[in-house]
Write a protein that binds this ligand. Structure first.
Ligand code: COA
Length: 166
């Protein structure tokens, strides 16, 4: 609980974002945090948690979307996150990730349910891996998604070769 409190406190600092899902009694049943990096162009999603009794009803996906929208409004282009594999749930655990890193990522296999699959469903891709992030053979799986606002496909102003507008 102490660690949880300190994580939430860090999210309440200026420029950071903490979004909660509430039940009908205004009790928090889910929480997502966002932290700007790279001058606010890249945001990190951390943490994300849904109360056990409320999982599997789309709340996690909705919170991820809400954070993406908020960060995008603040100028973010990319959302990143780390999905630790502490339990040997994926083929990226217990192997030498310095050997054939890209190949191992491309051919990842999920042995047990793991949150990286949830993020795949939210539109994220695996963009890297941090070997031994949590001890030997326990990597952090880095994921990312473009949240850049789409350019409107209106007609661009015509410009003549001389540079004047026509
Ligand atoms: C991961 C977590 C946030 C998902 O929240 P949720 O509200 O249960 O997820 P949703 O109902 O929005 O699920 C969206 C999709 O992801 C899938 N999914 C959800 N959790 C998953 C998991 N752990 N592994 C694989 N797939 C998962 C769902 O089956 C659903 O798939 P569908 O669209 O094909 O039906 C929640 O399980 C949780 O709080 N886990 C503990 C904390 C945690 O692991 N946080 C992430 C750390 S990086």
């Amino acid at each position: 609980m102490e660690i949880a409190r300190s994580v939430v406190n860090t999210l309440l600092a200026p420029n950071r974002v903490c979004l909660c899902a509430l039940d009908e009694k205004d009790t928090v049943i889910g929480l997502v945090g966002g932290l700007p990096d790279y001058d606010g162009v890249v945001w990190e999603l951390h943490p994300l948690v849904i109360k056990k009794t409320h999982r599997g009803h789309g709340l996690g996906r909705r919170l991820v979307k809400a954070l993406e929208k908020e960060a995008s409004l603040r100028g973010a282009l990319t959302m990143i996150l780390g999905a630790d594999d502490l339990t040997g749930s994926t083929s990226l655990s217990n192997v030498d990730l310095f050997d054939n890193t890209g190949g191992r990522i491309a051919n990842i296999v999920c042995r047990e349910r793991h949150s990286y699959e949830f993020y795949l469903k939210c539109g994220y891709s695996i963009i890297g891996v941090i070997p031994n992030a949590n001890g030997i053979g326990k990597p952090d799986i880095l994921m990312g998604k473009s949240i850049a606002k789409k350019q409107r496909r209106g007609r661009a102003p015509l410009t003549t070769l001389e540079g004047g507008k026509s």
